[in-house]
Design a protein around this ligand. Structure first.
Ligand code: 13P
Ligand code: SF4
Length: 357
């Protein structure tokens, strides 16, 4: 299988990734003995989640993606919310938003395939303007990112002149370009505290901002953005879990309402939550977040029982093995950012990375 075998001919300067890298031959998706042998060790990582009878469906994709990835010299970055067959079987780098942004900044490969949502792919592109960044489904958005535009931020700055703008990384490059510094859920407090001003605009996640406001003396002004997955959790539901089993550990993502965080034993980014489970090894744990994450981590902590309220992020779930394969075969969809916007947005992301590294 040679990626250049079906190279697209172009008379002019190649502008698309397919023109630059060529389209590959579509691999066979038969579950051959060779595929079974080559993927056996990967099945061991997901056998708690994928029944043996289903592996012959996934394995040919896993095999083809890993071969084509190597031929293309591509790297796959996957967020903690990706499904186990992506997270454990084809990803090269996994992590939370901050870890993926940091790793994206160091990537040597010419091609980055972002298994996550669009703002994550844009962040990779901002930090690697020379690289080709692909996303398996361009429609993988985010309710927080879609809650605000660059024009909205300009209006906020007119309304609150001189107030520094901290923007959650779950935003478009347009919004980041209007921002002083970005943050993620793992560093929002450090970012807010790093600013001299007594008042800070912390946008667009209203709940993240309310949660940080409880930990700082600064006045926090926010926006009405919400994560459609985390806003569905309620304190009442968590209290009911705790009443049913007082020994249960409850750990929540800071995109949840402050009343939910108040009931939790720990709150942190997706990787912070994983580290908490690995360090504390609770007998039973409730992960108050997107439910694929528990499936990804449970194989690594066999003694821990996970209670999984199954809230799925419909955007993260747009990324599938067949779409990752298509992406590597056809070299699409390519994520691009206007260079003028990118230059300004990059500064906001780099300021965050410099502050917390
Ligand atoms: P993390 O930065 O904690 O991975 O969060 C990203 C996200 O989209 C959570 O919903
Ligand atoms: Fe956006 Fe929420 Fe999905 Fe994370 S879980 S990508 S914040 S919609």
């Amino acid at each position: 299988m040679s990626p250049a075998a079906l190279a697209i001919k172009t008379d002019g300067f190649p502008t698309t990734a397919a023109e630059r890298f060529g389209v590959a031959e579509r691999p066979s998706l038969a579950f051959t003995p060779e595929v079974a042998r080559a993927t056996e060790h990967l099945y061991d990582r997901v056998n708690h989640h994928i029944p043996a009878i289903e592996w012959p469906i996934h394995a040919p994709y896993v095999y083809a993606i890993n071969r084509l990835k190597a031929e293309r010299g591509a790297v796959i970055l996957a967020h903690n919310y990706q499904t186990p067959e992506i997270f454990h079987c084809v990803a090269d780098i996994v992590g939370d938003s901050l870890q993926l942004a940091r790793e994206a900044a160091k990537v040597d490969a010419e091609i980055i395939v972002q298994c996550g949502v669009h703002f994550m792919a844009e962040t990779s592109k901002l930090l690697n303007p020379e690289k080709t960044v692909l996303i398996p489904d361009m429609r993988a958005g985010c309710s927080l990112s879609e809650s605000i535009t660059g024009a909205d931020v300009r209006l906020l700055k007119e309304r609150y002149p001189g107030v520094p703008v901290v923007t959650y990384v779950n935003t478009s490059a347009d919004v980041k370009a209007e921002t002083d510094i970005c943050c993620t859920s793992s560093n929002v407090l450090a970012v807010v505290e790093s600013l001299e001003s007594d008042t800070v605009l912390c946008i667009p996640d209203e709940y993240l901002a309310m949660n940080v406001a409880k930990q700082t003396k600064k006045k926090i002004i926010t926006w009405k953005g919400r994560c459609e997955v985390h806003e569905r959790f309620s304190a009442e539901e968590l209290i009911a879990y705790r009443e049913a089993d007082p020994s249960i550990q409850i750990i929540a993502h800071p995109e949840c309402h402050p009343d939910v965080i108040a009931v939790a034993d720990f709150a942190g980014s997706t990787s912070g939550m994983i580290d908490y489970v690995k360090t504390n090894l609770p007998g039973r744990v409730l992960l108050v977040t997107e439910c694929s994450m528990a499936s990804n981590v449970e194989a690594e902590v066999p003694g821990v029982e996970f209670v999984k309220p199954c809230n799925l992020c419909p955007h993260m779930k747009r990324i599938t093995l067949p779409k990752i394969l298509d992406c590597l075969v056809d070299m699409r969809e390519e994520v691009t950012v206007d260079p003028v916007i990118a230059a300004r947005a990059r500064l906001a992301v780099e300021r965050m990375i410099d502050l917390v590294s």
